[in-house]
Design a binder for this molecule. Structure first.
Ligand SMILES: [Zn+2]
Length: 64
């Protein structure tokens, strides 16, 4: 999986976010809540993280 160090769109550093996000998803947390908790507010950043892990279902919400 591709894990860019920064968001392509806004440049926010995301390198240290993937592991925590992935772990919490596996533990059953809602991606939406995790993003808010981790202060990842922009959809461009959320997309970056979702595309890097196997969360194609969640991706659909952001494909607009
Ligand atoms: Zn971004």
């Amino acid at each position: 999986m591709m894990r860019p160090m920064r968001c392509f769109s806004c440049g926010k550093p995301l390198a240290d976010k993937y592991d925590e996000f992935e772990k919490r998803v596996e533990e059953g947390e809602e991606p939406e809540e995790i993003f808010e908790d981790m202060e990842i507010e922009r959809y461009c950043c959320r997309r970056m993280i979702l595309t890097s892990i196997d969360a194609t279902e969640e991706m659909m919400k952001y494909e607009r």
